[in-house]
Design a protein around this ligand. Structure first.
Ligand code: KIV
Ligand code: ZN
Length: 561
């Protein structure tokens, strides 16, 4: 038996929903849902380094500018930092009058109390409480039956209602309840617990409660999730008392599809994050979902017209990276590499100019890049409009040189300058020439004479560099010790009076030309003025390649000064 066949037998297939007269397949999405961003809570919770106050505020302001009216700002009872961020948002006057902040809390009394303290003074708040209802969690985690789980939710709901009654001040408090792991819960149990919560909260058609149905772990195909949502809505007593929200995750990579089908199934509200940040494989990507609607002629009711700016803010605040192929947002998604695609796009563009209908009819481009602040970038975009990623792509694919990401802006600027000078696109060979001129054929203010490394096997593991450095034609014999070749070389440079440079980072890889295999090192230094500069060194020995890279960076810096 094959390994995969054998392995597959340990998994339990997802239970299908009995819903023979399902209605959702025949529907279309014709309006935007209410969007709720959970970037500052679910997204933040999943970061290696959670956002600090400044980053959260910057993110919050961007979300407001984009038009989000509901923003989950955190889990204020979970930590002091979360609490303080909530307080700063309120006390610092950061929340526009038409924006409702949402705070998450488990259905546990002391946490609910603390959450109510955190929201003092806010104008519009959604108190979002949850407990897990899934079959598996009940079995292996809580060891509780469904009645016990319902009791937790109902007691949480009653306390929330009481605290709302006692709340002093003028605040529009709304409620949201999530049966966490909804999609892993028997549907009738999900219906029962939500109905009990609606009763306990006193929900009415005038005072609706948000019932949020999380696909906490995506475990089934999107059609099954849609069946669950439709089943839930059809069986919920007093459905008009609820706003049905979904909170999809993306474990199977189908978070967007599951959301779209859930909307067909009757969901009215969607929780997600920008670019799908979030636990494990992430939350639903609101940007992609919104733009999918847009390309079907539906106003997403969010401003998604400047994706590069959103991406920049997102990458800065979360320290995450938007993948090059990420729908609508990736560096390469508006680039056509294939000649036939380029040709079809050019013909489509010409057709649109003559047809005069104003309708977007260009093959291979499902959206007008200009609508999201981008441009169509034919071939490998080595022109003055090129993104830095294109030049790096050619360097890698045409010449086997993998420039580190941090080096792309520096090299991209050289390429752009050359294109501007020539006023045209560059060929691959010309691109390589830009690289050689920028990093190889440069004035050698400092050069390396005879040298050697020794001591790799010394007791303290240190390495010594001994050699000759020529500075402006004058030779200096120097030596230095360090915990590696670069460190040892730096210490020798100091002794030769070449200082003010700091080592930042280094990347290396092998390059082979026929039987001749060499190493290439990319060295990033900090110049005396604090700015970054790269050097490149190539040699049969990786140690020597690194040392050459350091000298290259210094020589380049000296050229500028
Ligand atoms: O994914 C999830 O189930 C959640 C809930 C707390 C809403 O994030
Ligand atoms: Zn979640």
């Amino acid at each position: 038996m094959s390994k995969m066949k054998q392995g597959a037998s340990k998994y339990i297939p997802f239970q299908q929903i009995e819903l023979p007269d399902r209605q959702w397949p025949a529907r279309v999405i014709d309006k935007a849902p209410v969007w709720c961003s959970v970037d500052l809570r679910d997204g933040n919770q999943a970061l290696v380094d959670p956002m600090n106050m400044e980053e959260k505020l910057a993110f919050f302001h961007t979300l407001c500018d984009m038009g989000f009216k509901e923003i989950e700002v955190g889990f204020p009872s979970a930590s002091e930092t979360e609490y303080e961020i909530c307080r700063e948002l309120i006390e610092g006057g950061h929340i526009p009058d038409d924006v409702t902040i949402q705070v998450l809390v488990q259905a546990r009394p002391h946490l609910i109390q603390k959450t109510f303290q955190a929201i003092r003074g806010a104008k519009n708040v959604i108190v979002h409480f949850y407990n897990s209802t899934s079959t598996l969690q009940r079995k292996v985690v809580f060891k509780k039956d469904m009645a016990g789980v319902i009791q937790i939710a109902v007691e949480g709901a009653k306390l929330i209602r009481e605290l709302t009654d006692q709340y002093e001040g003028d605040c529009n408090i709304r409620y949201e309840y999530s049966p966490e792991s909804f999609s892993g819960t028997e549907m009738d149990n999900a219906v029962d617990i939500c109905a009990a919560v609606l009763d306990a909260l006193g929900a009415t058609a005038e005072n609706k409660v948000i019932l949020n149905l999380p696909n906490t772990v995506e475990m089934c195909t999107p059609n099954t999730f849609a069946d669950q949502v439709e089943y839930f809505i059809r069986h919920l007593p007093g459905r008009e008392r609820a706003i049905i929200s979904v909170h999809p995750h993306n474990d199977r990579g189908t978070g967007v599809a599951a959301t779209e089908l859930a909307l067909l199934a009757g969901a009215e509200r969607v929780e997600g994050t920008l670019f799908g940040n979030g636990e494990r494989t992430g939350n639903l990507d609101i940007v992609a979902t919104g733009l999918n609607m847009y390309t079907q002629g539906v106003d997403p009711e969010l401003d998604l017209s400047d994706i590069p700016a959103l991406r920049e803010m997102y990458e800065r605040c979360t320290r995450m990276h938007v993948h090059e192929r990420h729908p609508y947002a990736g560096e390469l998604v508006f680039t056509a590499f294939s000649g036939s695609h380029q040709d079809a796009i050019n013909k489509g563009t010409a057709y649109m100019q003559t047809s005069g209908t104003g309708k977007w009819e260009i093959p291979y481009l499902p959206i007008d890049p200009a609508d999201v602040g981008r441009q169509y970038e034919p071939i490998i975009r080595i022109n003055s409009q090129s993104g830095k990623g294109g030049a790096a792509f050619v360097m890698q694919h045409a010449f086997g040189l993998t420039l580190p990401k941090e080096m792309h802006p520096e090299f991209g600027a050289m390429v752009k300058a050359k294109c501007d000078r020539l006023g045209r696109e560059l060929s691959n060979e010309e691109l390589l020439q830009v690289f050689e001129d920028g990093y190889v054929h440069i004035p050698q203010k400092y050069a390396l004479g005879e040298y050697a490394f020794s001591g790799a096997s010394s007791a303290d593991g240190s390495i010594r560099f001994t050699g000759v450095i020529r500075a402006d034609g004058e030779e200096r014999q120097v030596s230095g010790k360090g915990n590696g070749p670069i460190d040892a070389f730096f210490s020798a440079l100091h002794k030769a009076g070449i200082d003010g440079y700091q080592f930042v980072n280094y990347h290396e890889h092998a390059v082979s030309a026929g039987a001749d295999s060499q190493a290439i090192a990319y060295i990033q230094l900090k110049k005396p003025d604090g700015k970054s500069i790269f050097g490149v060194g190539r040699d049969h020995s990786i140690n020597v390649a690194s040392v050459k890279g350091v000298l290259c960076a210094i020589n380049r810096a000296e050229m500028e000064s």
